[in-house]
Design a protein around this ligand. Sequence first.
Ligand code: FES
Ligand code: FES
Length: 167
Amino acid sequence: MTNVTIQLNGETRSAAAPPETTLLDLLRDHFGLTGAKNGCDVGDCGACTVIVDGKPVNACLMLAAQADGCTVLTIEGLASRHRMHPIQMAFEDHASLQCGFCGPGVILSAKALLDENPNPAVPKIKDALSGNLCRCTGYTKMIEGIQEAARVLRESAASRPAQESGE
Ligand code: FES
Ligand code: FES
């Protein structure tokens, strides 16, 4: 068994797992977080995408032991207690998903992109989603949702200093 400790959605979580356990299996089977999906198990579909130390990764390709000491964000940790994340709200407003199977991975790829680039051009958004396979949507509404979320996040970042100074 290998002991793994990660910062998972803001909490310290530990587990003892066989050395061949992937991060995806650790999340789903040991921690009960089933938002990251197993679509292919070989790195082709992106349904298992989570954010590790700020970068989107295919959790099916990463050993749990490689994540030891890392910060991991899954779709379960994205919303705040009473409010969906702006990307989730924009996806709802734009009907960006259909069956939803790819959704957690797509949304986390979008989050990693917008954390790094608050105003991405469409080709950058397409690049960011290039590892996320969607069989339903054709991607156009996802791109619209990500552009909308980017606008909302930029506006909220711009209004924050004024709020903080009490204006
Ligand atoms: Fe990981 Fe498909 S399940 S890329
Ligand atoms: Fe069905 Fe993307 S919404 S796979």
